[in-house]
Design a protein around this ligand. Structure first.
Ligand code: GDP
Length: 425
């Protein structure tokens, strides 16, 4: 069985929590895109964990975790993240963590360039997480990336490679931005310091995963960031630099020939969005502060307060479509439990015309939300474990989302703990 777990919205849908819940059914969990620019938060009996780079299956003893070729890896961050988990008693070895030899290393100068460019843009900034993700993906496509597999080469080879790339980088860093020139030897030493301890995990994940498929192992692909952050289909240019959608998962994990059996779309009972860019359903003022506080909407990686709004039918239906979701997991329903009435953005008004198709470019910037309200549940639902336990208003809301999305809701999450969910089928 090959499953992808993906975000339907702008990210932070609770993918980490759902992967943690469902990963028990899979032999392998693989990340296929992105870097440490986002964070999954997982709460289980061992504690609360923030995972930026490691697949969420790392918290289960018998799950093998794969970091695919589609990822960009800040090795200094990864060594730190592994260390923090080990301190809490999580065992990480070459058996349960495999890193693609084709994944690209996110270098200190990528982070530096990200910061230099965001600062240069000033008020027109993209809202980058400043972790170097766009610069490192640009280098990948410029064919100037350093791959994890390069760490196995001799010092002479790696030094020469780094020297050539740094020479080219200095044309931008030093001659362009007028920042201090990069020192190739320092970059080389950084690679050896943080790269060498990871060598035991580095392997050809294409052979590893194709062998796993041949032996009928089950695989789960774990996305970072939602459909609306996809480089092609998202709210460009306020997107991530990678492909977040399910169709890319087999490619980014290393097995482009694999077919997905099912695609679980994680969809949130309201909307949230980190950073800049169009966010049509956005709330402001007190309404926003109340929802942000109830949902604890602050970035896991950066601590930034997230923008929030009601459930957005237009954006979510588009997300379900581009992901090709076969089933949905509706998260954070409990966050709405104290609301008198539940806001839903049912259409966009663009220049006086109502539409339910998600627009792009300037049309999206001009879109205004059309809100309708559903009766609130006004009941604590965090203890509900069956549909019958839920108040009628909550059931109606779930059925409404199901109908509007044209996709069955299979899971409803009513709390952050592993067991706080309802399974519908
Ligand atoms: P991800 O990047 O999609 O995994 O999302 P985040 O980790 O950024 O945000 C999800 C947050 O919501 C985490 O703190 C989770 O523990 C929490 N969470 C997930 N599902 C639920 C839920 O159903 N109810 C509540 N109250 N919290 C949830």
């Amino acid at each position: 069985m090959i499953t992808a777990i993906v975000g339907i919205n702008w990210g932070d849908e609770g993918k980490g929590r759902m992967v943690d819940l469902l990963s028990g059914d899979y032999d392998i969990v693989s990340r296929y895109q992105g870097g440490n620019n986002a964070g999954h938060t997982v709460v289980n009996e061992k504690g609360k964990f923030i995972l930026n780079l490691l697949p969420s299956g790392i918290l289960r003893e018998n799950t093998v975790n794969v970091m695919g070729n589609g990822m960009v890896i800040d090795i200094e961050h990864l060594v730190g993240e592994i260390g923090r988990l080990e301190e809490k008693g999580i065992k990480i070895s070459e058996r349960n963590l495999k890193i693609s030899d084709k994944a690209i290393i996110c270098m200190p100068y990528h982070k530096m360039l990200d910061i230099l460019e965001e600062d240069r843009l000033g008020d027109a900034k993209f809202g980058s997480t400043r972790r170097g993700i766009s610069p490192v993906y640009s280098d990948k496509y410029m064919k100037k990336g350093i791959r994890m597999g390069d760490l196995f080469e001799s010092d002479e080879f790696l030094r020469e490679k780094v020297k050539n790339i740094v020479e080219w980088k200095n044309l931008t860093v030093h001659d362009g931005y007028k920042a201090e020139a990069l020192d190739p030897e320092e970059m080389f030493r950084w690679l050896r310091t943080y790269g060498d301890p990871l060598k035991k995990h580095i392997t050809d994940t294409t052979y590893y995963l194709s062998d796993a498929i041949a032996h009928d192992k089950s695989i789960m692909f774990e996305a970072q960031l939602g459909a609306l952050r996809d480089i092609d289909f998202g709210i460009y240019p306020y997107t991530s630099a990678s492909s977040t959608i399910a169709a890319y998962a087999p490619i980014g994990a290393g097995i482009p020939f694999a077919k997905l059996d099912n695609i679980v779309g994680i969809i949130k009972a309201y909307s949230s969005c980190v950073g800049e860019g169009p966010f049509t359903c956005e709330f402001f003022g007190e309404e926003a502060a109340a929802l942000r506080g109830a949902g604890q909407e602050f970035g896991a990686a950066t601590g930034r307060p997230r923008r929030v709004g009601g459930f957005d039918v237009v954006a979510s239906r588009y997300g379900v479509m581009v992901q090709g979701a076969t089933e949905l997991a509706l998260t954070k329903l409990d966050i709405l439990q104290d609301m008198d009435k539940i806001p839903v953005c049912v259409a966009y008004d663009i220049d006086g015309e109502l539409t339910q198709e998600f627009p792009t470019g300037e049309r999206l910037n001009r879109a205004k939300p059309v809100y309708e309200y559903f009766p609130g549940f006004k009941t604590d639902i965090t203890g509900c474990r069956k549909m019958e336990d839920l108040p009628k208003e909550a059931v109606d809301y779930i059925r409404y989302i199901e109908e509007k999305m044209g996709c069955p809701v299979r899971y409803v999450s009513v709390g952050a703990e592993r067991n706080q969910y309802i399974q519908l089928f």
